[in-house]
Design a protein around this ligand. Structure first.
Ligand code: MFK
Length: 557
């Protein structure tokens, strides 16, 4: 008989995720979780069914740039398939952007959003990107431009749960001079005839078909560098789709995220509104960046969830050497390693959502504020690196099928690879962590928070793990104390330092969740994950050595 391999079947992703359920019960309480469960269950079903089909359709029908109309007029229309728009409707109806701003459950609303996002994102072909920008835009517009009619109008649209009314926002920050060194931006804002108009090239605009966007520009005469930048709001497309003083040079041909319309734009008099006064544009857009980094973290964690789910589903149906893969010890070990990565990322993600919610609701203590500021870059960089490794492992767990396009699996890796890159690369975020430590005493806060996470972990099964985390925290504090003396040395070691801090803080969060699990559940999933995460090593600190940079320069010379 001819052999055909059974394909893996993805099922309700909410039902398949006991760890997500555990964290939500731990942090929201059983009553609130019971209230939210029907909507999470619905999203989990959709993620394995109609949403996934929409995402696959959008992926196979990427955006198309139509530069000229039938009679030769320049029209610059970016066309997206109906499936792309339909994914936006699903998000609006579920309230993914609205929930944390409506705050029906106070700061816990961020956790509600995270749970929905977690289920939505891996089946959304990156529609989560416009959602991230929209959420960040609501945050910035409410904070800096509340009462300005354009801002109030946009916020109402961005938060709308009515799919016919709902807008999304883009964010245009990157210029040719760089996506990291934003202070070099050369877009100019001119005040002409009583209105502001923008001129310049935006080299990487995300969510370009969105109805509104936030962007940076330098008002004429303002100083060089980041201090001279202002934050502007604009609506790129008129009611009939006509461009607002801009042309589309091209769509970006990206490794992944192929359904997402990312473009290169030339602004030639685009009408714009300053967000509040003209001061502190970079500081203002940092509020968008920090929300987008939280979304990026969520996307990375949910990518790990999808990679592990798909690999486990395949291991159940694939036989080799006389057994299903999930009965082969080495394969089981590999799947378990992937799960540990996911568990650590998830523990960090839910803590970040909790802290962001508290900060936004004005309920964070000083320690929580500092922890949130530092955890945002750490979570983004840590989970960004993890999800690429886990996606790569998932493809390998499928053997050759993982490398073949029509299985849909290569997309897992392509789409994961963007997550360490956009919203700040690993190195830029490592430096942001140093910025938070130097300017806001954030390390002290995070280490105090780490001790507070460990304090309730008194179960004897956790004793060795708690001791290991405490020891790593001492090493980190000692290392950080030595960093201040030499800025170049600090930069060299920033990445290993940030990753060590990420791993150590994640271990403390795992201990905390494991303690809860021991007390409330018969399972020991978190305890096992905690031990394995710690066994893999928490710190790897590049100890200060003034000759290191010279040695490195010689190596690459
Ligand atoms: C799936 C969902 C994911 C969503 C995907 C969306 C796709 C989007 C595609 C993109 O990638 S968009 C572009 C991404 N680009 C970045 O993320 C920028 C990366 N670069 C940085 O973050 C640099 O660190 C930075 C541009 C901020 C460095 O610039 P400077 O000029 O060296 O910054 P400086 O002078 O230290 O800080 C300027 C101000 O901003 C200061 O405030 P003040 O003016 O009040 O002194 C800083 O405190 C503040 N600031 C900087 N980073 C901050 C911050 N404030 C809060 N949080 C931060 N993270």
């Amino acid at each position: 008989m001819t052999f055909f391999q059974n394909p893996p079947r993805l099922e309700n992703t909410w039902a398949l995720d006991p760890s997500l359920q555990l964290h939500l019960e731990r942090l929201l309480g059983a009553e609130m979780l019971a209230e939210l469960t029907p909507s999470l269950d619905r999203m989990g079903m959709m993620a394995a069914g109609e949403l996934l089909e929409l995402a696959e359709h959008a992926e196979n029908n990427p955006p198309r740039l139509v530069q000229y109309g039938p009679y030769g007029h320049r029209i610059d229309r970016i066309e997206t398939p109906s499936s792309w728009k339909a994914m936006g409707r699903v998000a609006a109806e579920a309230g993914i952007v609205a929930i944390p701003h409506e705050r029906r459950h106070g700061w816990r609303s961020r956790l509600h959003q995270l749970a929905l996002l977690h289920l939505y994102t891996p089946s959304s072909a990156e529609f989560s990107c416009p959602l991230a920008m929209s959420d960040g835009a609501v945050t910035a517009l409410r904070r800096y431009a509340a009462g300005q009619p354009f801002a109030d109008r946009a916020v109402a649209r961005l938060m709308s749960r009515d799919p016919d009314q709902a807008w999304t926002s883009g964010q245009w920050m990157t210029e040719k001079e760089g996506g990291s060194d934003v202070g070099r931006s050369s877009t100019v804002a001119r005040f002409e005839g009583g209105v502001w108009r923008l001129y310049g090239t935006k080299y990487f605009t995300s969510a370009t078909t969105s109805e509104c966007t936030l962007t940076l520009a330098r008002p004429e005469g303002a100083p060089e560098g980041s201090r001279g930048l202002s934050l502007f709001y604009l609506e790129p497309w008129g009611a009939e789709g006509q461009a607002n003083g801009l042309t589309v040079r091209r769509l970006k041909d990206k490794l992944g995220t192929r359904a997402l319309p990312t473009a290169e734009l030339e602004l030639d008099g685009a009408l714009a509104e300053p967000v509040g006064d003209l001061d502190g544009g970079l500081r203002k857009i940092a509020s968008v960046l920090n929300v987008a980094r939280y979304f990026n973290t969520s996307a990375a964690i949910s990518s790990m969830a999808r990679s592990t789910m798909m690999s486990r589903a395949y291991a159940r149906v694939r036989e080799a050497f006389g057994h299903p893969l999930d009965a082969l010890p080495l394969h089981v070990e590999t799947l378990a390693d992937m799960q540990v990565q996911y568990e650590a990322g998830l523990a960090v993600g839910v803590r970040l959502a909790e802290l962001l919610g508290k900060v936004e609701c004005g309920e964070a203590t000083e320690i929580e504020q500092g922890t949130w500021r530092l955890l945002t870059p750490l979570a983004k960089l840590g989970t960004g690196k993890q999800c690429v490794a886990v996606a790569s492992e998932a493809l390998e767990a499928f053997g050759g099928a993982g490398y073949v396009e029509d299985t849909g699996l290569p997309r897992l890796l392509r789409d994961a690879q963007v997550l360490p890159i956009w919203e700040g690369t690993t190195n830029v975020l490592s430096l942001d962590a140093l910025r938070a430590i130097a300017r806001e005493d954030a390390l002290e806060a995070l280490l105090a928070d780490l001790r507070a996470r460990l304090a309730p972990c008194t179960h004897p099964l956790l004793r060795a793990s708690v001791a290991a985390v405490q020891q790593a925290a001492v090493e980190i504090a000692r290392f950080a104390a030595a960093l201040g003396d030499d800025p170049a040395g600090a930069q060299c070691g920033a990445r290993t330092f940030a990753l060590s801090l990420y791993r150590t803080y994640a271990a403390a969060l795992l201990c905390e969740a494991a303690q809860w699990e021991i007390l409330h559940r018969p399972s020991r999933r978190l305890l096992t994950s905690t031990r394995r995460w710690i066994d893999a090593g928490l710190t790897r600190l590049l100890h200060h050595d003034p000759s290191r940079l010279d040695d490195s320069l010689a190596l690459i010379g």
